[in-house]
Design a protein around this ligand. Structure first.
Ligand SMILES: [Zn+2]
Length: 298
C-alpha cells in the first residue's frame, strides 16, 4: 500500500495517535525543563483546557462537513486549481501543503483582523470566539485545543470555499492534518529550544518561541505569527515576528483585560463571546497598533 492510500484509510486515526503521542512526549519535556515558572494554578487551567479539548473532539466528530469532504466534492466535479492544472507528481505534496498552510494562515489572520460575520456588541463574533484561545494566561500543551466550540464551524465556513478553490488531493490534506497536530502541540508547549536551533528551525517550522509571541498580552506583538505549521506565509506577508519587549520567559501572556479566575472558568469561557462589557478589548479589525521593534529575542 502506498503512502497516499494509507493516509486515506488511516489518516484520521493517525491524527489522534500523533496528537496523544506528542502530548505525552512534550509533557515529559515540559516537566523536565519548563520555560516559564508562574504562580497560575495549573490544575484549574488544565481541567478547563482539557474539558474544552474533549468538547471540541465531539464537535469536530458531529460537524456535517469537513475539508476532506470538500476536497472530494472538488475532485468529483473537476473544480479547484490542483484539479485543473496538472502538476508533476513530485510537486503535488509540497504545493498542496503550502496551499493548505495558506488557508490556515488566512483563516487565523481573519479571526484577528477582519470583521467577518456579524458583530456582537460592536466586536466581530469571529474575534470574540477566537479570543477564548487567547485568554489563557499561560501557554503550555493544554492550550493547544483550548478553543470555543464555535471556532471550528466558523473556521470551516471560511476554509471550505478555499479548499474547493485549491482542490487538493485528500491524502495531502490528511498529511497536513497529521503535521498540524504534531506541530501545534509542540508550538504551544512551555519549552524552549537552544538558541542556535531556534534561529534555524523557526524559518521552517512554527516553534514554541514563535508561537509564544502570538500569545503575548501586548496586542501589537500578538498581531503576528498566524501560521500553524510552516511560517512561510508570515514570512511572505510580513507578519513574521521574533522579538518582544519583555523576555519570552517572563512576559504576560493572554489578553490584558482578563488576568483572573475567569480565564480558567469553563462556564465563563463558553458564554464570553456573547457577553457585554468586554467591547473595548484592544484587538481585532483595524485596532492593531504599529509593530514596535522589541529588544528580546531567543
Ligand atoms: Zn490567534
Amino acid at each position: 500500500m502506498d503512502l497516499q492510500s494509507w493516509l486515506v484509510r488511516h489518516g484520521e486515526a493517525a491524527q489522534y495517535i500523533v496528537y496523544f503521542s506528542v502530548l505525552i512526549g512534550m509533557s515529559a519535556w515540559e516537566r523536565a525543563r519548563p520555560e516559564r515558572r508562574t504562580p497560575t494554578p495549573r490544575a484549574a487551567r488544565w481541567r478547563t483546557n482539557f474539558t474544552l479539548t474533549g468538547v471540541n473532539i465531539l464537535v469536530l466528530g458531529a460537524l456535517p462537513m469537513s475539508f476532506l469532504a470538500a476536497a472530494d466534492f472538488a475532485a468529483s466535479r473537476g473544480l479547484g486549481l490542483m484539479n485543473v492544472v496538472a502538476l508533476p507528481a513530485w510537486a503535488v505534496l509540497p504545493v498542496g501543503l503550502l496551499g493548505r498552510g495558506f488557508i490556515s494562515w488566512i483563516t487565523h489572520l481573519s479571526m484577528h483582523r477582519v470583521p467577518l460575520f456579524w458583530r456582537v456588541h460592536r466586536v466581530p463574533l469571529f474575534w470574540r470566539v477566537h479570543r477564548v484561545h487567547h485568554t489563557d494566561v499561560e501557554l503550555d500543551l493544554s492550550t493547544t485545543v483550548r478553543f470555543h466550540p464555535l471556532e471550528f464551524p466558523i473556521g470551516l465556513s471560511v476554509g471550505l470555499p478555499l479548499i474547493v478553490t485549491l482542490g487538493p488531493p485528500g491524502a495531502v490534506l490528511l498529511a497536513y492534518e497529521v503535521l498540524d497536530v504534531a506541530v501545534t502541540v509542540f508550538s504551544h508547549a512551555d519549552v524552549s529550544l537552544p538558541p542556535w536551533l531556534e534561529r534555524s528551525l523557526r524559518h521552517l517550522l512554527v516553534t514554541p518561541a514563535l508561537h509564544r509571541v502570538h500569545h503575548s498580552a501586548e496586542p501589537e506583538e500578538a498581531d503576528s505569527n498566524f501560521s500553524a505549521v510552516f511560517p512561510v506565509w508570515d514570512l511572505v506577508f510580513g507578519t513574521f515576528r521574533t522579538t518582544t519587549r519583555e523576555s519570552l520567559a517572563t512576559m504576560d501572556l493572554g489578553v490584558k483585560e482578563v488576568r483572573d479566575a475567569r480565564s480558567w472558568s469553563i462556564a465563563w469561557l463558553l458564554v464570553v463571546p456573547f457577553l457585554r462589557g468586554l467591547e473595548d478589548m484592544k484587538r481585532g479589525p483595524s485596532l492593531a497598533a504599529p509593530i514596535v521593534t522589541g529588544a528580546h529575542e531567543p
